[in-house]
Design a protein around this ligand. Structure first.
Ligand SMILES: NC(=O)c1ccc[n+]([C@@H]2O[C@H](COP(=O)([O-])OP(=O)(O)OC[C@H]3O[C@@H](n4cnc5c(N)ncnc54)[C@H](O)[C@@H]3O)[C@@H](O)[C@H]2O)c1
Length: 246
């Protein structure tokens, strides 16, 4: 049995990733700080297999417990998708307006979380002969965007840590890549107005918001295909990063 561990699996990109990877015949461990039973049920209804795991990605001990449980039950984790993430709900997210609490909240979830995940999973991957890891970064790692100071630092860190992990564990047949999504229509967007949505859609060459499934299909590609890809962060952004100002 091939086993994937997907964080952020309750909703949005993580849920779409869990469902897509399960549709490819992989057993999916659906991890989130919120309940993932709905995702598991949807996977099972579609003929796949999955299990729910409660996990706060900021906690090293929670990661150790979750990963050792999966290794006890299944003996291996072939794929890790670090999808769980937050935007700054604690403070303004500008360099000057950020509070220390706001910085810690975003960095702990969006950067420390993926690091702890890789640290917990990689030794088992080495023991079983290899694996694939996909981290979700952001266009904010590559471009200046409004009110995303701590977030851009976290996501830039994810891109750098992805490269570093690829370098360190490539010799163990572990491929590590990241995806930098444009704006994807998920609950993370909060209560944005239709006008704000439209303005955001217009930033993409493909003039709409992305769908969670469009990121999930890239994760699935990096898990099952992509055998000569490692260490890089791939924009999946409707052309946003390819666009000039006009
Ligand atoms: N939606 C976008 O426009 C967009 C763009 C670029 C990058 N991203 C990134 O994609 C990832 C998924 O975002 P989304 O849009 O699906 O958001 P979302 O809010 O819909 O889902 C995020 C999930 O992460 C979980 N989560 C949050 N904190 C957690 C924690 N401490 N431990 C475990 N789980 C936790 C939430 O419960 C939720 O299920 C995030 O890393 C986000 O930064 C999203």
């Amino acid at each position: 049995m091939t086993v994937a561990f997907v964080t952020g699996a309750t909703q949005g990109i993580g849920r779409a990733t869990a469902e897509r990877v399960a549709a490819d015949g992989v057993h999916v461990v659906c991890a989130d700080i919120q309940e993932t039973a709905t995702t598991v049920k949807a996977i099972e209804a579609a003929g796949g297999t999955a299990e729910a795991v409660s996990l706060d990605v900021r906690s090293a001990s929670a990661w150790e417990e979750a990963v050792s449980g999966v290794l006890e039950r299944h003996g291996r984790i072939d794929f890790l998708a670090n999808v769980a993430g937050v935007v700054n709900m604690v403070s303004e997210d500008t360099v000057v307006g950020l509070t220390e609490e706001g910085w810690d909240y975003v960095i702990d979830t969006d950067l420390k979380g993926p690091w702890l995940g890789m640290r917990a999973v990689i030794p088992g991957m080495i023991d079983s002969g290899g694996g694939r890891i996909v981290n979700i970064s952001s266009l904010a790692a590559l471009r200046g965007l409004p009110n995303l100071a701590a977030y851009s630092a976290a996501k830039g860190g994810v891109a750098a840590l992805t490269r570093q992990a690829a370098y360190e564990y490539g010799p163990h047949n572990i491929l590590v890549n990241a995806i930098a999504p444009g704006t994807i229509d998920t609950p993370i967007l909060g209560d944005i107005t239709p006008e704000m949505k439209e303005a955001n859609a217009a930033a993409h060459i493909i003039k709409r918001l992305g769908r969670p499934e469009e990121i999930a299909s890239m994760v699935a590609y990096l898990f099952r295909e992509g055998s000569f890809l490692t260490g890089l962060t791939y924009p999946v952004d409707g052309g946003w990063s390819a666009k000039g100002n006009y």
